[in-house]
Every structure is written in C-alpha cells, then in structure tokens.
Design a protein around this ligand. Structure first.
Ligand code: GLN
Length: 256
C-alpha cells in the first residue's frame, strides 16, 4: 500500500504553518511502513494531477494569495478537485482553503471572489478594521458519520484542539458543521459552529497545525484514503502517541 498526498498550492497557501498537516500524515504513514508521495498542486500543475491524490491537504493564506489561488482554481482544475471530493477522497482544508471551497469569499478589501461551490456556505471578511478571530479553539466534532467513526477508533468523544487566526467569517447553508465550539470563535463567533464536513472532506478554521495536535484525525484521513484506494478494510497499527496525549490533556485543562 502507498499513499499520495495532494497539497494545494504550497507556494501560496503556507502562511499559517499548515504544512505540518502534510508532514504529520507523511510521518504517521512512514512509521507504519506505508510509502508516501507528496504531490504539490501549483499554478503550473495540470488539472489531471489533481486526480492522482489519495488525500488532499489545503492550508491557510492571506487574502491576496488566496485570491490568486481562487482565480487559478477554475475550469478543469476546479472540476477535478470537485470530482475527487464529491467522490469520497478524504481531505483536510484549513481556514483560507475552505473559504475557497464555498460559494464565495468577500475579502477585507476588493471584490467578492467566486469559490468552487463545493461546500454550501459563504465567507465574508467584515473589513480591515474588524477584529480578527485569534486564539486557541476547542470544539467537539458533531458531523456524522465522522463522529461515530472517530469514536469507534478511539473510544472517546472526539474533541479537537486548535488555534484560529482569521478575519473572514463563514456562514453555513445546507452543509453540515464539523463541530460545536466549546472555546473560541469558530466559523463566525456567533452561531457556535466550527468548520464544515462534506463526504470525507474536513473543513476547519483550526490551525495548530491541526493534525499533530489531534492525531486521531490524521489516522482517520490515512485509513479512509487507503480504504477508498484499495477497496478493502484497513486496520492501522497503533503508534506511540503519549506526548501528544499529554499535550492535549494539558491544553484541555487550561482551556475548558
Ligand atoms: N483570508 C482569510 C482570513 O483572514 C484566511 C486566513 C487564514 O487562512 N488563516 O479570513
């Protein structure tokens, strides 16, 4: 078995350290002797490349870089990405990336930018003077069947710890929220929702980066990607996560 990680626009969308998600998936596979290929999906990439990814990772970016990406991600590339995610390829998309998967994003300055419309939601930045949503965030995953699958894997209610830093506010329409905020702002600081979940795609405002702080999500992505690719049940070997667990316990004690 082997895994190809498609990484959305690493040159433009690596402002917030989300490449840690790519490294986390890579290392957790390598520790289990699963070879990994990292496939950067850049402005110069052909749309066909998007179809080679077994799991897709997208990070955060500033409005300007995000706008360049959103303009590039049209036509054949948009179709390829949509086909992948609608077809059940798993992915994790943080902050600026989910904003471009929705119907549109209104940046702090300038005109509304058209998104892919894959997630039924919209994102708006209230303007350069508005307070940014910054700080630690804790939320409980409520999206099904994700919640049940995670609970079966870990025996625990899935609680995510992250760090958010966004000006844009996201408002969900019919798409399911990923979770319910316990501490922090989440999608908009008003409705208590965090992120969105569609097929096997996780959209969230949580940096951290997300996966090293919440290794159960990394393993869910790896398992889901391998099961989809090889069409068989996959049982991942457990890893020694004591340090991560201790860090989580310390953070939860401080934040809840
Ligand atoms: N442009 C976005 C915002 O400020 C994304 C920021 C991010 O990716 N962290 O809302």
């Amino acid at each position: 078995m082997e895994l190809t990680i498609g990484w959305l626009y690493p040159k433009l969308m690596s402002t917030y350290g989300d490449r840690g998600n790519v490294i986390c998936i890579q290392r957790r596979c390598q520790w289990r002797d699963i070879p990994v290929k990292i496939l950067p999906l850049e402005q110069t990439s052909d749309a066909a490349l998007f179809l080679q990814a077994d799991v897709i990772v997208g990070g955060g970016a500033q409005d300007r870089q995000q706008e360049i990406v959103m303009r590039d991600l049209q036509g054949a590339k948009a179709e390829a990405l949509k086909n992948q995610l609608d077809g059940g390829i798993p992915g994790v998309f943080t902050c600026g990336s989910p904003q471009l998967l929705g119907h549109y994003y209104e940046p702090a300055l300038g005109k509304r930018i058209q998104g892919l419309g894959l997630l039924d939601m919209v994102s708006k930045h209230p303007g350069p003077e508005a307070k940014r949503c910054i700080g630690n965030v804790v939320f409980e995953i409520t999206a099904e069947p994700l919640r049940q699958e995670l609970q079966a894997m870990t025996g625990e209610i899935p609680i995510v710890i992250g760090f958010e830093n966004h000006g844009g506010r996201t408002y969900l329409q019919s798409v399911s929220p990923l979770g319910k905020v316990k501490t922090g702002y989440g999608n908009n600081g008003e409705d208590g929702f965090e992120g969105a979940f569609h097929q096997k795609a996780i959209a969230t405002y949580s940096h951290g980066p997300l996966l090293p702080k919440n290794p159960f999500l990394a393993d869910w992505l790896i398992r889901t990607a391998l099961e989809k690719k090889y069409q068989e049940q996959v049982q991942l070997a457990p890893l020694e996560d004591r340090l991560a667990q201790q860090a989580r316990a310390a953070m939860l004690k401080r934040l809840e």
